[in-house]
Design a protein around this ligand. Structure first.
Ligand SMILES: [Zn+2]
Length: 400
């Protein structure tokens, strides 16, 4: 079967024929009045193609059509076409061939290096791509693109300090603020240091993440986690409370940690009181607290249980599943048991459903991901709200 690249090269040979290559109009012989014979090189190339020997045809093309000012664009076009089709080895061969030309203008050399770096990236040869982008980032018209690519590579390799350096250079060159992105790089470093129990370094990195007009909520959460892990419960609780008080979307992460920390301290009474006073100040948080409690299966805390109950009874979709009339008439114990059954079912369903969704591209996941694996945006995920239960219940009722 002829491959796509066979057709591609065949098209190129046709174009060459139209331009006079087949008749040997280019090259050394150009005598007038003698009918030119068919170019032997050209015929050889066609023969390879007819035998579906694409690599040989390509090699032949590269030998036959030297890189010069007239043909360089054709070489570039062929290279990027191969890359787009996923035939990376061939794209690499073409771009290396361009670079090998000794008298290449510096702009064309940069273009070829940039193309080759993209080939390497596509082939997963990150260290080779990194070297070339790094060279281009030192001074070329691809500086900004090269730095952007370097940031992506360092993110993939978890080389956060290098990512910070590249990001800061990029800010200067592009005039764009990368504050959020760089704050996350520092948070990554902080989490790595904390994992190695180097808490002093971890705290220093969080401080850097939070300096300036940082817009990330992650710094506060990381700082609270470090305090919790180093036994500074008071600070940890204060910070988890602050995240929840500020009514940020991170309540879904902070509330379970808060409950855990109070429980660890054996201070459930204090938890009751603090959530109670929080709800007096911000009654609109009831729904978020209920949702978070259901998806994280937090139970046995009076004030939170009441939020969950209220939520279940006020949800129109859930009302179809809970017989409200009967529930109200039942005695307290039966009522509690019925609600408990519904709640347990919801928690089970929530456990197998994505909880977070990227607001940029819609990618969803069960755990919070600071960088979206799909569109690479930072801190673009938000928790689903109750709407998810609608689709869950629809799905489960459709399955019945
Ligand atoms: Zn995304």
């Amino acid at each position: 079967m002829p491959t796509e690249s066979t057709f591609l090269l065949a098209g190129l040979f046709l174009l060459l024929a139209a331009a006079g290559w087949a008749l040997g109009r280019f090259g050394e012989r150009d005598e007038e009045n003698t009918p030119p014979p068919l170019n032997i090189d050209y015929l050889k190339g066609l023969n390879f193609l007819l035998n579906e020997q694409t690599d040989q045809a390509l090699e032949h093309f590269l030998k036959m059509v030297r890189v010069d000012d007239r043909t360089i664009e054709t070489h570039f076009a062929l290279g990027s076409l191969f890359r787009r089709r996923g035939e990376i080895d061939r794209a690499i061969r073409i771009h290396q061939n361009i670079i090998a030309r000794p008298d290449l203008a510096s702009e064309q050399r940069d273009q070829a290096l940039f193309s080759l770096a993209k080939d390497y990236l596509r082939a997963g040869l990150l260290d080779r791509a990194e070297k070339l982008f790094d060279r281009l980032s030192q001074g070329s018209r691809y500086q900004v693109e090269a730095l952007e690519q370097l940031c992506r590579i360092y993110e993939q390799e978890h080389e956060w300090q290098k990512a910070i350096d590249a990001g800061q250079k990029l800010e200067v060159l592009s005039g764009r603020s990368l504050e959020l992105q760089i704050a996350h790089y520092y948070c990554e470093l902080a989490e790595m240091a904390a994992a190695k129990k180097d808490y002093a370094a971890a705290r220093a990195f969080v401080k850097k993440a939070q300096s300036g007009r940082s817009r990330t909520q992650r710094g506060a959460l990381t700082r609270a986690d470090i305090a919790r892990d180093t036994g500074d419960t008071r600070t940890a609780l204060r910070l988890y409370h602050r995240i929840i008080d500020d009514n940020t979307y991170l309540i879904t992460e902070a509330l379970p940690r808060l409950v855990e920390t109070y429980a660890y301290e054996g201070a459930e009474d204090q938890l009751e009181r603090s959530v109670d006073s929080l709800l007096k100040k911000n009654p609109e948080l009831k729904k978020e607290i209920a949702y978070t409690a259901i998806v994280n299966d937090i139970g046995g805390i009076g004030v939170i249980d009441r939020c969950v109950e209220e939520y279940m009874l006020s949800e129109p979709t859930l009302a179809e599943f809970i017989d409200l009339q009967n529930i109200e008439q039942e005695d307290a114990a039966d009522r509690a048991a019925a609600l408990q059954r519904v709640r347990a079912a919801l928690s089970k369903m929530a456990a197998v459903t994505p909880r977070y969704q990227c607001k940029e591209c819609g990618f969803s996941s069960k755990t919070l991901l600071w960088q979206c694996p799909s569109c690479k945006a930072w801190e673009s995920q938000r928790p689903f709200d109750h709407v998810q239960f609608d689709s869950l219940l629809q799905r489960s009722s459709a399955a019945v």
